[in-house]
Design a protein around this ligand. Structure first.
Ligand code: RM4
Ligand code: NI
Length: 322
């Protein structure tokens, strides 16, 4: 199959003119759709019929309850559709401002949103989430509500739609470990290793143990991790620690040494140097700016002005496109 005719779906064509980065596109039925990729990402939930999903090189039969995420420039198309219906949740990772909280502590999240998309070229759709009927019903209700919010767009829809999107992502991430086989099992183990780092960020990095969780050699784990997350496990751990440090810097009563200790560094000078390299500012300077910004924001809010912060949480690991 030739890959030369790949049309790229543009964000401006698929998202509302107000720029809100989530959209729902139900396909009931899904009409034949040529090989394409997207400027955005999509979560696809198969709701009826069955099909062959062609990625440009191989085809995979899909059934009701299958869920997969297409990130970035991964061409795909639908063929041989037998009354296929599905729903696409389109999202633009770079525009979504989500509070990730403990989502990153769920192995299923990493598998569905990072590992599977990164492995798709080699695993194709051999690894994917399959929902039980009750799970499918539950997620369908959430998607319907999301679609409704986005259609009506009354004041507050951005807040409510973001919450619904988060609930869908959290729910799917929870479903993942319940139903794994074949390649999914191996990806889930890597997901568990990543989630482990999120939970145990205070502890020294133990590659040996991580490899054990991943059920692979240290070398394979390093390679697999880098392929999915684009950085090594140690760089990932540093990012997690720095993101936590930023949160702690907001608490004025904590000393830098205490913060260093809480994120896993006994030597606070070492921590400060690392923070400086990663965040571009010394922790004390960062804290000063953070607090100044908070004051400005609350004053603006008090006087009814609108403003947006300039200090971003650089270390926050959020949605990545593959
Ligand atoms: C198409 C098909 C594509 C999706 C677009 C938004 O009908 O489902 O995969 O990217 O809609
Ligand atoms: Ni698509």
């Amino acid at each position: 199959m030739s890959q030369t005719l790949v049309e790229t779906l543009k964000s401006t064509d698929w998202f509302h003119a107000d720029g809100f980065p989530i959209a729902v596109e139900p396909r009931n039925p899904q009409l034949p759709f040529a090989l394409h990729d997207h400027e955005f990402c999509e979560i696809v939930v198969i709701t009826g019929g069955h099909e062959l999903h062609l990625t440009g090189t191989e085809s995979w039969p899909m059934v009701v309850g299958d869920v997969f995420v297409i990130t970035g420039r991964r061409p795909h198309t639908y063929d041989n559709m037998d009354d296929l219906s599905l729903v696409n949740i389109l999202y633009q990772p770079e525009w979504l401002r989500l509070d990730m909280r403990d989502l990153l502590e769920m192995p299923g999240y990493h598998v569905l949103f990072h590992l599977e998309p990164a492995w798709r070229a080699s695993h194709q759709f051999n690894s994917r989430l399959h929902l039980a009927p009750a799970e499918l019903r539950k997620v369908t209700v959430l998607i319907d509500r999301l679609e409704q919010e986005l259609a009506v767009r009354q004041a507050g829809f951005q807040f409510v739609a973001t919450a619904l999107f988060m609930e869908i992502v959290g729910f799917l991430s929870r479903c993942y470990p319940r139903n794994v086989q074949g390649n999914s099992q191996c990806l889930l183990r890597i997901g568990q290793a990543i989630a482990y780092l999120e939970v145990h960020f205070q502890e020294p990095m133990d590659l040996e143990y991580l490899a054990q969780i991943g059920n692979m050699s240290k070398r394979s784990l390093m390679r697999a991790f880098k392929k999915a997350m684009r950085i090594s496990p140690i760089s990932y751990l540093i990012q997690v620690r720095m993101a936590k440090a930023v949160e702690l810097l907001r608490q004025e009563e904590l000393t830098i040494a205490e913060i260093a200790h809480r994120v896993g560094y006994a030597d606070s000078n070492y921590f400060s140097r690392l923070f400086n390299t990663t965040m571009g500012l010394a922790p004390t300077t960062y804290r000063r700016r953070l607090l100044a910004e908070q004051t400005v924001l609350s004053e603006q809010r008090g006087s009814g002005q609108r403003g947006s912060g300039h200090l971003h949480n650089h270390a926050a690991i959020s949605w990545q496109t593959q």
